[in-house]
Write a protein of this length. Structure first.
Length: 158
């Protein structure tokens, strides 16, 4: 029963991370942003990324936590796996680590640069470049999470 709950949390976190990234970056932002207007603290990208980056990071924490717990709980069942499983698993972990650290950098470093504009009005000039970096990192995180999810589904066949 514990495995079912852990797998449910793991898959839910992957779904929330992928769904929120796809919706915000591929559907919402292209529709509401005007290419002629510069991004600032009142732009939709600022509002969306202020909510998106912590959400994705929380999902990444849940993914890593439940994945590690599942591996530790079921270590004896992993003896009879097919050849090549650990090769794919290693590749998946590279993508998971990349997505985790990109999400962490976006949530805790870049977001902080522009989150306290009332206290540091001088940071207003950093908003357009920071938002551009955050969107780029979020797109990179989207692809890494998507590849890691695909590899996880592929590994479930073993």
């Amino acid at each position: 029963m514990t495995n079912v709950i852990i797998i449910f949390i793991h898959l839910s976190a992957a779904g929330v991370a992928l769904g929120s990234l796809v919706f915000c970056l591929k559907i919402y932002l292209p529709m509401v942003e005007d290419k002629k207007v510069e991004r600032n603290e009142n732009s939709p990208s600022y509002k969306v990324l202020d909510l998106l980056t912590p959400t994705v990071f929380a999902c990444m924490l849940a993914l890593v936590g439940t994945g590690v717990y599942f591996l530790l709980e079921n270590y004896s069942a992993q003896v009879g796996l097919k050849p090549g499983y650990y090769n794919l698993f290693g590749i998946k972990m590279v993508f998971v680590a990349g997505a985790f650290f990109a999400s962490m950098y976006s949530a805790f470093s870049l977001r902080i640069h522009i989150s306290d504009l009332d206290l540091n009005p001088g940071n207003k000039k950093l908003v357009p470049q920071t938002l551009k970096k955050m969107i780029g990192l979020s797109k990179m995180t989207l692809w890494m999470v998507a590849i890691a999810t695909f590899l996880g589904i592929w590994l479930a066949r073993y």
